[in-house]
Design a protein around this ligand. Structure first.
Ligand code: GDP
Length: 713
């Protein structure tokens, strides 16, 4: 039996720019919801959510751990006169909130995307001094892509220079015009003491050691008018979403508080409205009402079933299947995260969209087409695990010890196979070489790398056959730094680590034909492979296509896959500088064979030779990753920073201004951006900051191409 009905579930993420206060907010949430009884400060490294060592040290959250907690509207409990009455309210009003952790650093946007896939709603936290920061914009647009309903929490209103109005304006200006405050702050900076609730039209303060006592107050006299006005604007705005209510509002001049909350809920879930709240997590103000907002305005899995039905495809026929968020439907779940837990080993985090999952049962991994036995399932409470016998629709949990499941796989009822839409991961753009210190380290590296790659689909491992070194690739400098760190700590590998290298690619711009002949016929059994190929450039992103145009048996069917294999191996070897070749079409149009001497091996070699030859004459070029960079600097340094960007082959696309800070949007090749954090710091006396993400692959200029070929870049 399920303990909470589906409408009392909230699967949410707390989304924020690094340093906006996500960790502090999450901790307060765990404290107020009763899971964590001691508030740990971030600087002491006692954060409950960040339980991986290096995350604590860096103060950032990388893995998406999922945490379960429970909440009853603080507003409802506020009206209860004694503990007994409160208990009664809890019995019917308690909700289960699953918090899916989302990372704050731009190197981990893929982690953000995958968590956005499984969560139903988000709380976006902003720094009340800085307002919208570059990363918040990136994440906001990702959330738009997945149509994730959101509420905003403007944090840090106790800080010097904090401004609710300015932060709200930056949200409206840069993220959505549909953001409206449901609260106003009382006082700011050191005088920040509470909030005015614009629906209830009541003021609240937060007292007690951890702000756990919510005290109703008079709305300060000098705020009354402002609050009335803000409420009127709000009500007018939301009346637009519902014609019947609009009429009622026009004739009566008002709506009931319940009606207001109800429309806000519907409009928010429909992604047409974004309620804005405020507070200071550090000073224990406002977090409880933000939790109320999660219940009031963010969707339950049932709402999600209506606005974004859960779609998948039949494994055999490819036909589209829709699953309802219900325990009675066949079991369908997505594995969204693999983690290694120091105590229990591998943990596969899953979200159930429909049906239920029982301990001891078998499920089908429909992505990989194999069955897995479910021996143990746990619910994660951020730092402890609870063993559970059965999980239901809407639940988020982790399976212990799955062998063949990786991130993004669908798990389902073997009798009702379905594949959910895959999570797409971009290719890594940066790599480093790792050289083990001893023979024993060499062996450990293999295990460590395999494990880390299973957890993180944007991380790749390959070997350099010439030097025996291991090459690892990822999404950014920090990403690789953290992986190397984990390799050393968790797996005890000692290794020398090289400098980061750009993951270049190669392609062709023209068209050409060539012949590949691998013929040896002197004594004994000979070799005979002979092919003619045509190569042609494909559009960016198309990858590799192989076309077979052999007619009349010039080459027997059995040698054609071997030829393709030879071409593929040759693609990996590159044309100009040994980087993988992308976006080419290769057509096999002619050739010949020998009754006795031909073999698959001979055709493989012939295919490889012909491709190399043809590609050389088809205008080969090197592609380099181009990054989207946003830099924030005070006016005084703008000249130095833009000058430096031009020297880096950067293209400045926009120059803006935000709260007295200049904002530079530019595109810069990745190879020019190594060590930029240090450079920017020294150019701006530590006052500049930047974010960077992969944009696309672009042809490298000839002078740079030469340097790449010579291994100088
Ligand atoms: P995260 O990087 O988003 O997880 O942010 P943290 O929670 O680690 O917070 C970053 C810094 O801001 C830490 O030094 C916190 O103590 C501080 N901080 C968080 N919330 C508040 C707040 O409400 N007011 C003030 N003044 N500082 C805060």
């Amino acid at each position: 039996m399920r303990a909470y009905p589906l409408e009392k579930y909230r699967n949410i993420g707390i989304i924020a720019h690094i340093d906006a206060g996500k960790t502090t907010v999450s901790e307060r949430v765990l404290f107020y919801t009763g899971i964590s009884h001691k508030i740990g400060e971030v600087h002491e490294g006692a954060a409950v959510m960040d339980w991986m060592e290096q995350e604590r040290e860096r103060g950032i959250t990388i893995t998406s751990a999922a945490t379960t907690c429970f909440w009853t509207l603080a507003r409802a409990l506020q009206s209860a006169s004694d503990e007994k009455e409160k208990q009664k309210i809890r019995e019917t009003g308690e909700h289960r909130i699953n918090i899916i952790d989302t990372p704050g650093h731009v190197d981990f946007t893929v982690e953000v995307e995958r968590s956005l896939r499984v969560l139903d709603g988000g709380v976006v936290v902003f720094d009340g001094v800085a307002g919208v920061e570059p990363q918040s914009e990136t994440v906001w647009h990702q959330a738009d892509k997945y149509r994730v309903p959101r509420v905003c929490f403007i944090n840090k209103l106790d800080r010097m220079g904090a401004s609710f109005d300015r932060s709200l304006a930056s949200i409206r200006d840069r993220l959505t015009p549909n953001a409206y405050p449901l609260q106003l702050p009382i006082g700011l900076e050191s005088a920040f003491e509470g909030v005015v609730d614009l629906i209830e039209m009541k003021a609240f303060g937060f007292e007690g050691e951890h702000g756990e006592k919510i005290i109703e107050k008079e709305i300060p006299a000098d705020m009354k008018e402002e609050a009335e006005k803000a409420r009127a604007t709000l009500v007018e705005k939301i009346a637009e979403y519902d014609d019947a209510l609009m009429e009622k509002y026009l004739s009566d001049g008002n709506l009931s508080n319940e009606e207001i909350r109800d429309i806000i809920r519907r409009a928010t879930i429909d992604n047409k409205f974004v309620p804005v709240f405020c507070g200071s997590a550090l000073k224990n103000k406002g977090v409880q009402f933000m939790l109320d907002a999660v219940l009031d305005y963010l969707p339950s899995p049932l709402d999600i079933g209506e606005i974004k039905p859960i779609k998948g495809n039949d494994v055999k026929t490819g036909e589209e299947i829709i699953r309802q968020p219900s325990d009675n439907e066949p079991f369908t779940a997505l594995a969204f995260k693999i983690a290694t837990d120091p105590y229990v080993g591998s943990l596969t985090y899953f979200r159930i969209y429909s049906g239920s999952l029982k301990k001891g049962s078998y499920v089908l991994n429909s992505t990989k087409d194999n069955q897995e036995r479910i021996s143990r399932i746990v619910r994660m409470h951020s730092n402890k695990r609870e063993e559970v016998d059965e999980f239901y629709a809407g639940d988020i949990g982790a399976i212990v010890g799955l062998k063949n499941t990786t991130t993004g796989d669908t798990l389902c009822d073997p009798e009702n196979p379905i594949v959910l839409e895959k999570i797409t991961f971009p290719d890594p753009v940066i790599s480093i070489r790792i050289e083990p210190k001893t023979k024993a380290d060499q062996e450990k590296i293999g295990i460590a790398m395999r494990r880390l790659a299973e957890e993180d689909p944007t991380f790749r491992v390959s070997g350099d056959q010439e030097t025996g070194e291991t090459i690892i690739s990822g999404m950014g400098e920090l990403h690789l730094e953290i992986l190397v760190d984990r390799m050393k700590r968790e797996f005890g590998v000692e290794a020398n680590v090289g400098r980061p290298q750009v993951a270049y690619k190669e392609t062709i711009k023209g068209e050409s034909e060539a012949e590949g002949k691998y013929i040896k016929q002197s004594g004994g059994r000979g070799q005979y492979g002979h092919v003619r190929l045509r190569v042609k450039a494909l559009e960016r992103g198309k990858g590799f296509e192989f076309v077979n145009e052999i007619k009349g048996g010039a080459i027997p069917q059995e040698y054609i896959p071997a030829t393709e294999k030879g071409v593929k191996e040759s693609l990996d070897k590159g044309i100009l500088a040994g980087y993988p070749v992308i976006d080419v079409e290769v057509t096999l149009y002619d050739g010949s064979f020998h009754e006795v001497d031909s073999s698959e091996a001979a055709f493989k070699i012939a295919g490889s030779m012909a491709f190399q030859e043809a590609a050389k004459n088809a205008k080969p070029v090197i592609l380099e990753p181009l990054m989207k960079v946003q830099i924030l600097v005070p006016q005084d340094f703008i000249g130095d920073v833009t000058g430096d960007l031009q020297g880096k082959r950067g293209r400045i696309e926009a120059l803006g201004e935000r709260a007295n800070i200049k904002v530079i949007d530019a595109k810069v090749p990745l190879s020019e951006m190594f060590g930029y954090a240090t450079k920017l710091r020294s150019m701006t006396q530590g006052r500049g900051s930047f974010t960077m993400e992969f944009d696309r692959y672009e042809e490298a200029p000839k002078s740079v191409e030469q340097q790449i070929i010579e291994g100088k870049k």
